[in-house]
Design a protein around this ligand. Structure first.
Ligand SMILES: [Fe+2]
Ligand SMILES: [Fe+2]
Length: 191
């Protein structure tokens, strides 16, 4: 699916099914961080018009998702808690080059991979959670996360040769697969 090299493990699916409140709590943080990350890219690259326009649209959509997940949490009687952090995203960010011009491409492609993995996990959840209304909710998010993957890829191709973008995405996707296979299968979006 998308650029990913391995599917989510059955052990993650079982962990997620066993604690959906925890998955939703972490999901809320993911949506909020996606919006924050979009605005961080605007702060870092204010002169890149296509990037700025796309990130304004993306942050708006991610904040909408955050509102939806927050409402769902409250309906289930779950309080929002402080974010304990996301080891998967932290591991991917360690792959980002520190120097430009490579840094911007890496930041865009890491964001593309996080969107792709989230999309794959929504797809899994939309088939495996027992609650039909929750399955429908995950289905409704699938298409927009696939679109976000594409948005980050397209922005990278606007500022770098597509051949270079493809090669770097392939290398980062290989690393992403190693990271996913080493995860402990926790009930979180990227656990
Ligand atoms: Fe989202
Ligand atoms: Fe997204």
């Amino acid at each position: 699916m998308l650029c990913l090299k391995v599917p989510s493990q059955p052990s993650w699916i079982e962990a997620a099914r066993a604690d959906l409140d925890r998955v939703l709590l972490d999901h809320a943080h993911c949506e909020k961080k996606a919006a924050v990350n979009a605005m961080a890219l605007v702060s870092r690259y204010p002169g890149c018009e296509m990037l700025v326009r796309e990130m304004i649209a993306l942050a708006t959509e991610e904040m909408e998702h955050f509102g939806m997940v927050y409402s769902l949490l409250r309906e289930r009687g779950v309080d929002l808690e402080r974010d304990p952090g996301d080891p998967y995203v932290q591991a991917l960010h360690r792959e980002v080059h520190q120097n430009e011009p490579q840094r911007m491409m890496d930041l865009l492609l890491v964001a593309a991979l996080v969107e792709a993995r989230s999309c794959e996990r929504f797809s899994v959840l939309s088939k495996h959670v027992p609650d039909e209304s929750l399955r429908e909710f995950y289905r409704s998010l699938l298409a927009s996360e696939a679109g976000h993957y594409r948005t980050f890829y397209d922005i990278a191709c606007e500022y770098y040769p597509e051949r270079d973008v493809r090669a770097r995405l392939d290398a980062l996707a290989a690393r992403e697969a190693e990271i996913v296979l080493a995860l402990a299968s926790a009930p979180t979006m990227h656990g």
